[in-house]
Write a protein that binds this ligand. Structure first.
Ligand SMILES: *[C@@H]1O[C@H](CO)[C@@H](O)[C@H](O)[C@H]1NC(C)=O
Ligand SMILES: [Zn+2]
Length: 305
């Protein structure tokens, strides 16, 4: 009996030890430092994330609209943790659910974390910050189980662009960062001081890319339906720099935590646009042809008279 307990304890230590072994190159110290191999599916998978999302290479898609439930509820009991790889929020009071779009079934928000710089790029452009809103398919009892199934997880990847205008939602996360920045506070969840509604992080989803990919951290499970809105939101570089101060080891700061781009391997990347965006595009086209007509008639007038 004791023997079993010891073996179990040892394998637990070995497992949790292993989770600290993977990491990111410190690109602030050496921009040529290669991204390490994380092993397993991370190295041999064929549907890995992140990827570059091209508007031109995407397939046009039409789906019912995404349905967000409780995303605008003010969360008053959120917890924040520095897990050595990111800053993660959890402890949502009301069940936040996502359905519709190309999704089959209901997904609930499990946790939110961030990457600095962005993991996905759009038209080869990298953004300073990407927030991941991680959802579990309600069919499965927990996220580790969900990671075993291709329809197990949906992640909304929200991109932020550089601006002079501080982002209030990111600002309210930053307010609690000091409590978790130090290595001594790593893996110790603390209460988030400000209340925050998840909808503050993405005011709307007008159009988005969607594709089948993976978690961007080990185990790199290929269980993720990605949703990356085409609209990006403002953040200042000063705000992003606050995240770069979190420690993953004594005196060592996590200067960047994005994974390098993965091979697309001829996967379908679908671009879904809302009817609003489409009518805006149609209006532009309409105006363009009206303009052309006007020009034509002017030219015709000139020649006729
Ligand atoms: C997830 O759920 C399965 C099935 O109920 C269970 O065996 C497993 O221990 C759970 N894992 C975690 C991490 O809670
Ligand atoms: Zn992530």
């Amino acid at each position: 009996m004791h023997f079993i307990a010891v073996v179990l304890a040892c394998s637990f230590v070995a497992l949790s030890g292993a989770s600290h072994e993977w990491g990111y190159p410190d690109l602030d110290s050496n921009q040529d430092e290669p991204f390490p191999n994380w092993g397993g599916l991370c190295d041999i998978g064929k549907k890995q994330s992140p990827i570059n999302l091209h508007v031109k290479g995407a397939l046009k898609g039409e789906f019912p609209s995404l349905e967000f439930k409780n995303f605008d509820e003010h969360q008053k009991k959120l917890e924040m943790v520095n897990n050595g790889h990111s800053i993660q929020l959890s402890g949502f009071e009301h069940e936040l659910s996502l359905s519709g779009g190309a999704l089959l079934g209901d997904f609930v928000v499990e946790q939110i974390h961030m990457h600095w710089w962005s993991e996905h790029t759009i038209n080869d452009i990298r953004y300073p910050l990407e927030v991941h809103i991680v959802h579990r398919n309600k069919l499965y009892p927990n996220i580790s189980m969900a990671a075993d199934f291709p329809d197990g997880i949906t992640v909304i990847g929200v991109l932020y662009h550089v601006s002079n205008q501080p982002n209030p939602a990111i600002g309210s996360i930053i307010k609690s960062l000091d409590d978790v920045k130090k290595y001594s506070a790593m893996n110790k969840p603390t209460k988030v001081k400000d209340s925050l509604a998840v909808s503050d992080l993405l005011s709307s989803v007008d159009g988005y890319f969607t594709y089948a990919g993976s978690l961007t951290t080990p185990t790199c499970a290929e269980a993720v339906t990605w949703i990356v809105p085409t609209e990006t939101f403002p953040v200042t570089l000063d705000q992003v720099n606050e995240f770069k101060e979190i420690e993953y080891d004594e005196g060592k700061q996590l200067h960047n935590n994005y994974r390098e781009l993965q091979r697309e391997n001829n996967r379908a990347v679908v671009l879904v646009q809302t009817s609003q965006q489409k009518s805006a595009a149609a209006l532009q086209l309409h105006c363009l042809s009206l303009g052309a007509l006007l020009l034509l008639s002017l030219v015709a007038n000139k020649f006729l008279f």
